[in-house]
Design a protein around this ligand. Structure first.
Ligand code: ADP
Ligand code: ADP
Length: 226
């Protein structure tokens, strides 16, 4: 099963009088169970690629298919629904809601999707438990360590069982040891759910734990050699 398919993606930003060509004919196919790392210098276009893949941003041209749903002709509203149903997003800084506890943060995407409170809570607790945070459910983000916050963010990203997980420097804020624990948990959950993952990272040790490692060259995705 193809979870993410990008075909001939172009994305250009206006820069002064000229333009900044970030993606130029980028192609990518990620299958279920597969984890792809994206390694490229700052400013190369990693976030842009993730935004386009997660329907947060539109490409100038090209085609994006997520979990067998062709998205090119969708309205903004329809894109939002596809994103909610099929995509889990993880950021470098967790973006958890500070006034809610860990369980409530994981419940949030489920409640937005129309899930009943009781069901969302049970799933929230199960996911936190899976992330080794069984006894942290009632802690607010500020009461958790950096690694714990990121594990809550992963649990939240998995809450609606998305087919595609997009992660932008998910371990960028963590020490090396915590990074590999967090990556392992993320990778296991992706593989166990037959989902797929696209993970941008600066960290070569983390990238090596992926099934494939790509970089951006002249706006295209090509294999990365360490
Ligand atoms: P990375 O994630 O690899 O650091 P980005 O995708 O964030 O790279 O950015 C790629 C380039 O595009 C950068 O030079 C950035 O300044 C530029 N850029 C990103 N978003 C915009 C935007 N909305 N408008 C103009 N330029 C942008
Ligand atoms: P780390 O050393 O991993 O960065 P911390 O020293 O921040 O972790 O926290 C150690 C443990 O104490 C963590 O498991 C965290 O959940 C808990 N903890 C930290 N701050 C608080 C707090 N204000 N209230 C309750 N528990 C806390």
């Amino acid at each position: 099963h193809v979870k993410l398919k990008l075909e001939s993606i172009n994305r250009t930003y206006a820069q002064g009088a000229g333009e900044l060509r970030i993606l130029q004919g980028a192609d990518l196919e990620i299958l279920s169970g597969e984890i792809v790392a994206l390694v490229a210098p700052s400013g190369a276009g990693k976030s842009t690629l993730l935004h386009v893949s997660g329907l947060l941003e539109r490409a100038d041209s090209g085609s994006v298919t997520i979990c067998d749903v062709p998205t090119d002709d969708l309205s903004d509203r329809e894109r939002t629904l596809v994103r909610r149903q099929h995509v889990g997003y993880i950021y470098q800084f967790h973006h958890l809601l500070p006034e809610f506890n860990a369980t409530e943060n994981v419940m949030m995407p489920q409640l937005i999707a129309g899930q009943a409170d009781r069901v969302a809570k049970a799933r929230g607790e199960e996911l936190l438990s899976m992330m080794g945070l069984k006894d942290r459910g009632t802690h607010r983000p500020a009461q958790l360590s950096g690694g714990e916050q990121q594990r809550v963010a992963i649990a939240r990203a998995l809450a609606n069982s998305p087919g595609l997980i997009l992660a932008d420097e998910p371990t960028g804020n963590l020490d090396p040891e915590t990074s590999s624990v967090v990556f392992d948990l993320l990778a296991d959950s992706i593989r166990n759910h037959d989902a797929a993952g696209l993970i941008a990272t600066h960290n070569h040790d983390i990238a090596k734990m992926a099934d494939r490692v790509l970089t951006l060259k002249d706006g295209k995705l090509v294999p990365f050699t360490f």
